[in-house]
Structures are given as structure tokens and as C-alpha cells.
Write a protein that binds this ligand. Structure first.
Ligand code: GDP
Ligand code: MN
Length: 391
């Protein structure tokens, strides 16, 4: 679960990670009031709050030297559709602002903690080439990104901090400030079950202070039950509405870029379905696991969610009837298709208990759908139904 920068900075404050003085604002008037309350003189920074980075380059971060400028920048940013390399071409509507005290930036660094799934350890990534072009650095000069892995048995060692600080070019008080923030960021990461905690830029000010000018925190969805207070930070406006609807019905749904809607039970089968579609030259429009007990209601909700995606040109149902029998699933599919007046091609592959009865029900239903035997045939039929693949 992603949260806004101002929310992440509130958490940083709890962990005593230095951040600029600032507060969120939901209207232009509020932005001016907040600016007055945090500082008697400028500069202030007006920052769009969306769940995507690259705001600076997209015009979503502006420096204001006076309260009048706070007003004009807030008017421009609030309500704008901000397009950045992370939002996709449709962009994101800005509904919240963060108003901060500006700081005197001497240099910008990058610091992040994430999970390295290969080594099963947390990895720290740090770079002296921080700021707005970190993706460029990662792609072209990866040697400028330094890494340290944290052994879960012993935690971060002091020599690792010193090694990292020295590679980053920090000495004396800046080295101390950097190490301090690094240790607190790791504590925050572990305490709150993050997937990513990132500071870009981590700033050294002209006065020699070290502080987090940007803050990005992404929590592990599957651990959120352990942190009920974090759930309040969720902003549904920023999330894919289909994914929100799926959560309500306990369906695991992730939207993707392809045009074949997939309804599958079991995460492993869902992954395999996406793979075989790709192999046959097609592309899945989503990952959807309806779970072991694919009830009629769930099947119907799953169809609704898949069909709400306008990219979907065909639907592939690939269900193994183990807990639920295939005939029961077939009845669920038939009811859902009739109810929703499905207008695009549907390919169904059932396997498992009572599969023959299930297929007979589908074939006798009079509905325009194709049944398939085996994953390969199902994938091939789905790719053709969606208008052919790229094979
Ligand atoms: P992002 O582009 O979405 O990652 O947004 P950031 O919060 O990282 O802001 C983008 C850039 O704005 C930073 O890299 C800084 O160069 C600049 N910026 C942000 N806050 C300040 C500030 O207080 N003073 C100055 N001079 N620049 C700032
Ligand atoms: Mn940033």
C-alpha cells in the first residue's frame, strides 16, 4: 500500500528522521494558511501529493518566494492532471498539496531500503547522484549506486554504515547525519513491514544539516493486518478502482496491460495462465485469483471487474474444480454471463471433479462461448478470440 509523501513524512517524524517543516492542504486558502503557520518568511515549497514520483519534472513541485506565489502555485497545481513517467499517459488528478518550508539545498543524494528477494535480505541502496534522475543513473551508471545487504541475524553493522558513508563522500557531521537517518529508516522499515522506504533527495543543506526532502513508503499489503493504524492512511482515490472492488470480494486482482481478461483459481494457476498466454503470443489484461471456493457470487463479481476494463477483448476462464465441482462452477459462469450480457468472446477451460458435466452444461447453455481442453488449447483460443497475437 502506497501512501502520500506528507503521510510518510509524519511517520519519519515519529522515527526522528529530519524532514522539512510542513503540512498538507486540501484547498488553496488552506495552503496559504499553512504557509503562514510554518514560516514567517519564504521560501516555501508547494508539492502535489499523488502516489507517483517524478512530480518535480512534471510541474508538481514549485518553489514560492512569497505568500502570493504560494497562492498562484497552489491554484495551478491543485486540480491539475499531473503526468509523470510513473503515472502513465493518463496522469493523476491532484487533490492534495504539501506545503513546506523551503531549504537551502547544497547537494542531493539517494537512499532507499527494500527487500532483495534473491538473497532474502534487506538491501540498502545509496547514491551520491540523487535527485530527479535516479532512474537514469540506475540505467546508465549503475556503479554510482552503492549497496549493502543486511544479514537478518545480526542486523546492520557499523562498518557497513562507515563503508557506505565513505563511498557517498560523507565525512564528519554529514557522515553522522547520514548514518543516523539510515539506521532509523531501517527500523521504520522493519517495524511497519515496508516493501520500500525511499528518500530522494536526501539533502545536505548549505548549513550542513542532513534531511529527507522527499519521502516514499510502500507497505507490504499482506502485513497490513498487523498495523491497523496504517490502514487509515489508505487513499482510495489513488488506487485502481478495480483492485479496490476486488479486495471487497476477497479476490486477488492486479490489472496489467494486455487485452485478455483472465479468471483463474489459485495464484499458481493464474501465473501459469499468464505465462502460457504470453507463450501463445497474447497478453493478460490482469492477474485474477478467485480463490479456492469460486462461488457463483465471486465468479460474477470477478466478471464485472474484468469487464470494467475497456482494454479487455476476450475473457479466458481457467478453473480447476477441486473444492468446487466443475458443474457448480459452470452454472456460476452461465448465470454471470447471462446476467451481465457478456458481449465479448469467452473461452472456458475447466478441469477437475465433474468436468464432463461442467462442459456439457456450458455447451448446452446456448451462450456464445467456447470450451477448451487443456491449457494450451485454451490459451490459443483466447489469443485468437482477442484478435490474434504477436507470434
Ligand atoms: P519528485 O520529483 O516527485 O521525486 O519530488 P521531490 O520531492 O523529490 O522534489 C523534486 C525536486 O524539487 C527535488 O529533487 C529538489 O531539487 C526540489 N525541491 C524540493 N524541495 C525543495 C526545497 O525545499 N528547496 C529547493 N531549493 N528545492 C526543492
Ligand atoms: Mn523525489
Amino acid at each position: 500500500m502506497k501512501i502520500h509523501e506528507y503521510q510518510a513524512k509524519d511517520i519519519f517524524r515519529k522515527y526522528q528522521i529530519a524532514v522539512p517543516n510542513g503540512k498538507p492542504a486540501f484547498t488553496v486558502d488552506e495552503a496559504v494558511t499553512v504557509a503562514k503557520s510554518i514560516s514567517t518568511h519564504g521560501p516555501w515549497v508547494v508539492k502535489a501529493q499523488i502516489h507517483a514520483g517524478g512530480r518535480g519534472k512534471g510541474g508538481g513541485v514549485k518553489l514560492a518566494k512569497s505568500l502570493d506565489e504560494v497562492r498562484t502555485h497552489s491554484e495551478a497545481i491543485l486540480g491539475m492532471t499531473l503526468i509523470t513517467h510513473q503515472t502513465g499517459p493518463e496522469g493523476k488528478l491532484v487533490k492534495r498539496l504539501l506545503i513546506e518550508e523551503g531549504c537551502n539545498i547544497a547537494s542531493e543524494f539517494y537512499l532507499a531500503v527494500t527487500l532483495d528477494r534473491v538473497s532474502s535480505q534487506l538491501v540498502i541502496m545509496a547514491s551520491p547522484a540523487g535527485g530527479m534522475d535516479i532512474e537514469h543513473v540506475a540505467a546508465n551508471t549503475p556503479e554510482k549506486i552503492f549497496k549493502e545487504w543486511i544479514n537478518p541475524m545480526v542486523g546492520l553493522r557499523d562498518f557497513q554504515c562507515r563503508r557506505l558513508a565513505s563511498k557517498m563522500g560523507f565525512t564528519g557531521t554529514t557522515a553522522k547525519g547520514f548514518t543516523d537517518i539510515l539506521k532509523k529508516l531501517i527500523r521504520l522499515f522493519i517495524d511497519t513491514d515496508c516493501g520500500l522506504a525511499e528518500i530522494n533527495p536526501l539533502v545536505v543543506t548549505k548549513e550542513g544539516g542532513v534531511l529527507a526532502v522527499d519521502a516514499k513508503v510502500d507497505f507490504e499489503e499482506n502485513s497490513l493486518y498487523r498495523h491497523p493504524s496504517l490502514l487509515e492512511l489508505r487513499d482510495h482515490n489513488e488506487e485502481d478502482p478495480s483492485e479496490t472492488a476486488a479486495k471487497r470480494f476477497d479476490l486477488s486482482y492486479i490489472s496489467l496491460d494486455g487485452n485478455i481478461g483472465c479468471m483463474v483459481n489459485g495464484a499458481g494457476l493464474a501465473m501459469a495462465t499468464m505465462d502460457i498466454l504470453k507463450y501463445e503470443g497474447g497478453n493478460a489484461a490482469n492477474f485474477l485469483d478467485v480463490g479456492g471456493g469460486a462461488t457463483e457470487e465471486k465468479v460474477k463479481e470477478a466478471f464485472k471487474i474484468i469487464l470494467s476494463d475497456k482494454k479487455v477483448k476476450a475473457v479466458l476462464v481457467n478453473i480447476f474444480g477441486g473444492i468446487m465441482k466443475c458443474d457448480v462452477i459452470a452454472l456460476g459462469i452461465i448465470a454471470a454471463v447471462k446476467d451481465l450480457k457478456l458481449a465479448i468472446p469467452l473461452v472456458v477451460r475447466l478441469e477437475g471433479t465433474n468436468v464432463d458435466l461442467g462442459k456439457k452444461l456450458l455447451n448446452d447453455s446456448g451462450l456464445k462461448l467456447e470450451t477448451a481442453t487443456g491449457m494450451k488449447e485454451a490459451a490459443q483460443k483466447a489469443v485468437v478470440a482477442a484478435g490474434g497475437g504477436n507470434k
